[in-house]
Design a protein around this ligand. Structure first.
Ligand code: SF4
Length: 275
């Protein structure tokens, strides 16, 4: 097994994931970052960036994804400063967030996006939103769905192409709940929706917010997670019928569907500044 106490990188689907290196206080009940299986909880930005620089010297890749191990904007200055440093690598960069981004943080991101567009690269926003009415119980300490939609609208206003990550898809939620977030996302001019599975370790952690009888009936496979350099062996829960129903509903409303954030980066890169 790989040492999860170390920062590690890998190229997967032409992208490299870069960690935030700071624990996230939001406490979503399906969160898989707290067990340390996708990397160490606390690392200084300088250390992450130095190791990434070394990695980049010997590996070819097209995209950088920031923020798979935590929330980039828990400490907004730190997140923005890391993005600025990553922009030096001259790649398209996405960041994933559940934060309510406004004010000075938004202004700093607007400036960074203008610099990146001038350098023929782009910053791409991915706002995580996997439920609506259930957020109160599933994501009790996280910015509300309304606040995340406001983040999306704010990012679009500053010319950052922005997508909604509907992941994990929780198997006990009704289609109506997904419909609610789709309508709100499209009204805020969202560029597309990324659908993704629910993960759990062999102790059932990260999936405890799903009622046991539903989880038992949800199809799953035990896999090595390909996007993580630490290669955790997790259960991947995905009900194809549910995914298809959500995808059909989103497309019927005029939304774009993606099955991976790597595909989103390729799409946004081809389109340039879509906002
Ligand atoms: S926002 Fe992300 S990192 Fe933070 S608790 Fe929720 S799932 Fe975990």
């Amino acid at each position: 097994m790989k040492n999860t106490k170390l920062i590690q990188f890998k190229v997967d689907k032409e992208r490299v994931l870069v960690p935030v290196g700071q624990p996230c206080p939001f406490g979503c009940r399906y969160c898989y970052t707290r067990t340390g299986e996708v990397g160490p909880a606390r690392v200084k930005p300088a250390e992450i960036l130095e190791l990434f620089q070394e990695f980049a010297k010997t590996h070819a890749f097209e995209f950088i994804q920031f923020g798979y191990d935590g929330e980039p904007f828990v400490q907004p200055e730190r997140g923005v400063a890391m993005l600025r440093e990553l922009a030096v690598f001259a790649k398209d960069i996405s960041f994933s967030t559940k934060a309510y981004i406004k004010g000075q943080t938004l202004e700093a991101l607007a400036t960074l996006q203008q610099t990146m567009l001038a350098a023929q690269t782009t910053l791409v926003g991915i706002v995580s939103l996997s439920c609506w009415d259930s957020a109160l119980s599933v994501e009790p300490h996280t910015p509300t769905p309304d606040e995340r939609i406001a983040t999306l609208a704010n990012l679009k206003r500053i010319e950052i192409p922005t997508f909604i990550a509907v992941r994990p898809i929780l198997p006990h939620l009704s289609l109506q709940e997904f419909e609610q977030l789709t309508i709100q996302g499209l009204q805020a001019n969202c560029d597309g929706f990324i659908l993704g599975p629910l993960y759990s370790d062999d102790k059932g952690r990260f999936a405890r917010c799903v009622p046991g009888e539903v989880l038992k009936k949800t199809p799953h496979q035990t896999i090595v997670v390909s996007w993580s350099a630490h290669s955790p062996l997790w259960r991947r829960y995905e009900d194809e019928k549910q995914v298809q129903a959500i995808a059909d509903m989103i497309e019927a409303k005029g939304g774009r569907i993606f099955m991976s954030s790597a595909d989103v980066l390729k799409f946004a890169s081809r389109k340039g500044a879509m906002a």
